[in-house]
Design a protein around this ligand. Structure first.
Ligand SMILES: Cc1cc2nc3c(=O)[nH]c(=O)nc-3n(C[C@H](O)[C@H](O)[C@H](O)COP(=O)(O)OP(=O)(O)OC[C@H]3O[C@@H](n4cnc5c(N)ncnc54)[C@H](O)[C@@H]3O)c2cc1C
Length: 508
């Protein structure tokens, strides 16, 4: 039997990062990925003369070399920053809610953001500035929590991050109201909520503040050759460090004995000996499919969690340029209402969900598609498993219904006319995402952020969760302690990889 110090299951962002960390820590590591290419959602695909980005709208918290964000610092440590060509995203976002006569385009940079908000909402400056001050404290408190692997000294927390501790258990809406921020400013500031997929009555303030701060403080980036470029760089790095990567290889069973993990079975029947597994797939898949005789307390704890949004994306290759079509921005949020609680309710069904986050990549990278063309992708989330009720015979009609509505909505809200220029169209539904990455119900955002299961509880429970779990098993993905998103899943891989190196060293 081949023996490894650790096996990583899945080459998504979390799995790739964990594998680099393990190899850097001197572990003999094997990474297995069921697809023929790495990245999970972090990939690209071709239709005709267009290479589409599969998921990334923008990577936050990267920053410039002389003003590095946490993701750049991590990529520097992993040794991959210079393997990737980075292109900055021009503006933070444009949010449009025609029903409420809102159309705001917000810039990157805290000062510029605060001043632009003051122009849209006179009198908002002080409260918006207070938000960013608080958000920065949140960022620093999280950095401290990460660096201590969740074992925080509460006295140190109170002394250094008092305001963070004070707002730690409140929702976004509760804290924004307490800052006396005018309603319209709250609405504009809330536009990013669909990136996290929980409404702002439920979403923990520290989680949202951390993300907004990471976007606005240092801007956002996109890799020149789509997110696939990042995934390839990470694979190259694993191999440089002596790690092994097997594609077209699915882990079908994780073996356990009375001490914990003892091996992994691959789809060709090969048995790998290991005492450590880092799972890049969801706990639902690991405990429901890969491990037998899972203790009941783990099954219950896993089932207590709530699935976050199920994905739907339409990709368009257009045979006119963004200028010709009147597409002015890189990143649009189109809402029916700026009340995230009401909007979340509408996102439960195919008929009512009309929300979209839309990107025109050419606005960041003019030459990402052939001259005289442009590319767009339109994403929405479903807050219930509504696609499960669609019968196979009605599936294509349902896809067409949503795709048409997305185009109509974009044309009405922005005035750009795109329908007549469609050269390529591809549509991914929750079924596509369930099949591609194996996530239940086509969920693309892991477990939803709840007040008891948000960013801070997960970070602070890391040690206890491991002790109460199966010895040798850690999770690294959008389903784990940092929640979903690119940066979050890279950080999850970083934490799980480093912790597993520590486990291996402790065990000798
Ligand atoms: C349309 C869309 C748009 C998005 N936009 C953004 C954005 O703009 N910004 C942002 O930050 N985030 C965005 N996200 C979210 C982001 O893509 C994810 O949070 C992140 O990529 C998840 O990474 P992960 O580590 O969880 O791995 P996943 O991408 O979930 O990959 C898991 C991998 O594990 C493999 N695997 C599973 N089971 C097995 C097994 N048994 N054996 C072998 N391999 C296995 C799968 O094949 C897959 O490759 C978006 C997602 C989507 C779908």
């Amino acid at each position: 039997m081949r023996q490894y110090d650790a096996v990583v299951i899945g080459a998504g962002n979390g799995g790739l990062t964990a594998a680099v960390r393990l190899a850097q820590g001197g572990a003999k590591v094997l990474l297995v990925e069921k697809h023929n290419l790495p990245g999970g959602f972090a990939t690209s695909f071709r239709r005709g003369r267009f290479e589409f980005e599969a998921s990334l709208h923008e990577l936050n918290d990267f920053g410039a070399a002389d003003n590095a964000g946490d993701v750049r610092v991590l990529f520097d440590e992993l040794g991959v920053t210079d393997k990737i060509e980075w292109i900055p995203i021009p503006d933070a976002y444009r949010v449009i809610c025609s029903a409420e006569k809102l159309d705001a385009t917000m810039p990157f940079g805290v000062d510029a953001f605060v001043e632009k908000m003051e122009k849209y909402v006179p009198g908002s400056r002080k409260s918006v500035r207070a938000f960013f001050d608080l958000a920065e404290e949140v960022r620093l408190a999280q950095a401290y929590t990460n660096s201590s692997n969740g074992k925080v000294d509460s006295k140190y927390m109170v002394e250094h991050f008092g305001n963070f501790v004070r707002c730690g258990s409140y929702s976004v809406n509760e804290v924004l109201r307490s800052l006396h921020m005018p309603k319209r400013a709250r609405e504009i500031l809330s536009a990013y909520w669909c990136y996290l997929g929980a409404n702002l009555d439920d979403m923990s303030f520290v989680h949202y503040a951390s993300m907004v701060n990471r976007y606005i403080l240092r801007g956002a980036m996109s890799p020149k050759s789509r997110s696939h470029e990042i995934s390839l760089a990470l694979v190259e790095r694993i191999r440089e460090l002596g790690g092994e990567v097997l594609f077209n290889t699915e882990a079908v069973r994780i073996l356990t004995n009375e001490e914990g993990i003892c091996g992994v079975v691959l789809d060709d029947g090969t048995e790998i000996g290991t005492r450590h597994v880092v799972a890049n797939c969801s706990p639902h898949v690991v405990y429901g499919k890969l491990i037998e005789n899972v203790p009941e307390r783990i099954v219950r704890a896993t089932n207590a969690r709530k699935f976050a949004g199920r994905g739907f994306t339409m990709f368009l290759g257009l045979n006119e340029s963004a200028d010709e079509l009147g597409i002015k921005n890189h990143n649009y949020f189109l809402y029916d209402t700026m009340d995230s609680v009401a909007q979340y309710e509408k996102m439960r069904t195919i008929e009512e969900n009309d929300v979209q986050a839309t990107v025109c990549l050419n606005r960041a990278q003019p030459d990402c598609s052939p001259e005289g063309t442009c590319m767009m992708y339109f994403t929405t989330l479903y807050m219930e498993d509504d696609w499960a009720r669609i019968k196979p015979q009605a599936y294509f009609k349902a896809k067409e219904f949503v795709a048409n509505r997305m185009i109509d909505r974009f044309e009405q809200d922005t005035g750009a006319k795109i329908r007549g220029a469609i050269e390529e169209i591809s549509v991914a539904t929750p079924m596509t995402y369930a099949r591609y990455c194996g996530h239940p119900q086509g969920v693309i955002y892991g477990y939803e952020s709840q007040y008891w299961d948000g960013l801070m509880p997960r970070l602070q429970m890391m040690g206890e969760d491991y002790e109460n779990g199966i010895r040798g098993l850690r999770f690294a993905s959008g389903w784990s302690m940092r929640l979903s998103g690119y940066s979050s899943s890279y950080f999850a891989g970083d934490i799980a990889g480093r912790q597993t190196v520590g486990d291996i060293k402790r065990e000798g």
